[in-house]
Design a binder for this molecule. Structure first.
Ligand SMILES: Cc1cc2nc3c(=O)[nH]c(=O)nc-3n(C[C@H](O)[C@H](O)[C@H](O)COP(=O)(O)OP(=O)(O)OC[C@H]3O[C@@H](n4cnc5c(N)ncnc54)[C@H](O)[C@@H]3O)c2cc1C
Length: 307
């Protein structure tokens, strides 16, 4: 499928744009599940100023969606209308600052933040080793693993809103809860400042090695997956409810509930987004029938179903 052209008009409106515009960019290759249709237009800004300029000149009726490393995403088969924004090189700096702080661009993979902290002898950020996304996704999802969460270490985040205005949010203004951020959805995060504490590099290294090992044995990290599919409902573990409902290994065409970790869905090769989403909804309804608990999607689903 292909979307109608919007690039010509946008080029006229944004003569000073420096970033790349790509019409009908397939998104499957930019996500872990490897499914879904194209973006009507993909925009990769050069830097924060370029992003602001673009958004300020983009007609308000054109929808904007931001993606990171696509590790928590199902892109639907009909693709994503409007503009999809993906941050790249201009947002990939990570530096240690005085006072056990790390400043990281939103395109920096979480694991690099963990490593930068390790190199600088900063404790408290090792949990980022366990999350395969980039910092923008961690800020939006309040990503967390192995007892740590983004909200525990964030000082402030910068972002740009749909009108192109640059904004700064303190930790409290992020209004964090479990895998959720209260900042309006139109805000695209560009940078984060994290606070750790003085740590012993050998202990931090041991902690990171433990996380690496544990992930490899408990999660299907080499599969096409989106990580935990559903949030843990209060007082429950999603995987236990899914297991109790008999869904471990459940398959719809090439989409399967992981045998290893049954809150993970897997594309075994050749599944489309509809297969994966239908499998997720089947799991939700079986869990509802068996335990009466309503599972809430943690994975974000974007775009349109195939018409
Ligand atoms: C094998 C595996 C294991 C995982 N384990 C964990 C885990 O232990 N803990 C955990 O928390 N998560 C885990 N996840 C899920 C995922 O890695 C996290 O949610 C991660 O934070 C998503 O980052 P991303 O860059 O991939 O974002 P994407 O998946 O691309 O996007 C996720 C959401 O973030 C938004 N977003 C992305 N970038 C920005 C930005 N710059 N500004 C504003 N919004 C943005 C998107 O619009 C979307 O709503 C796992 C996933 C996989 C595949």
């Amino acid at each position: 499928m292909t979307f109608p052209d919007i690039i010509s008009d946008l080029r006229v409106r944004t003569p000073a744009l420096r970033g790349r515009l790509v019409p009908n960019q397939p998104l499957a290759e930019l996500t872990w599940f490897r499914v879904g249709g194209p973006a009507q237009l993909l925009f990769m800004p050069e830097d924060e100023q370029d992003l602001s300029y673009f958004l300020a000149h983009l007609p308000p009726e054109i929808p904007v969606t931001v993606i990171g490393l696509g590790s928590n995403l199902i892109v639907r088969d009909g693709g994503v209308p409007g503009v999809v924004i993906r941050l790249g090189r201009g947002f990939s700096n990570v530096v240690a600052e005085p006072g056990q702080r790390i400043r990281a661009g939103a395109a920096v993979p979480d694991v690099k933040v963990a490593r930068a902290a390790q190199d600088a002898g900063i404790a408290g950020l090792a949990f980022f080793r366990g999350i395969p996304g980039a910092i923008g996704g961690a800020l939006r999802m309040n990503g967390g693993a192995y007892g740590g969460e983004t909200k525990d270490v964030l000082v402030a985040a910068r972002g740009v809103d749909r009108t192109g205005r640059t904004r700064v949010f303190s930790n409290a203004e992020m209004q964090y809860s479990y895998r959720n951020c209260g900042v309006p959805d139109d805000v695209i995060f560009t940078e984060a400042l994290f606070q750790g504490s003085a740590g012993d590099p050998a202990i931090i290294t041991a902690e990171m090695d433990k996380i690496t090992e544990s992930r490899e044995t408990t999660q299907p990290i080499k599969s096409r997956t989106g990580g935990s599919t559903f949030k843990n409902p209060p007082g429950h573990k999603a995987w236990q409810l899914i297991d109790a409902a008999g869904c471990r290994g459940l398959t719809i065409r090439a989409a399967q509930v992981s045998e290893l970790h049954c809150n993970f869905l897997i594309n075994r090769g050749g599944a489309n987004a509809a297969d994966i989403e239908t499998l997720g909804e089947t799991v939700r309804s079986r869990v509802r029938e068996i335990s009466g608990v309503e599972l809430e999607w943690e994975i974000k689903r974007i775009g349109a179903e195939r018409g």
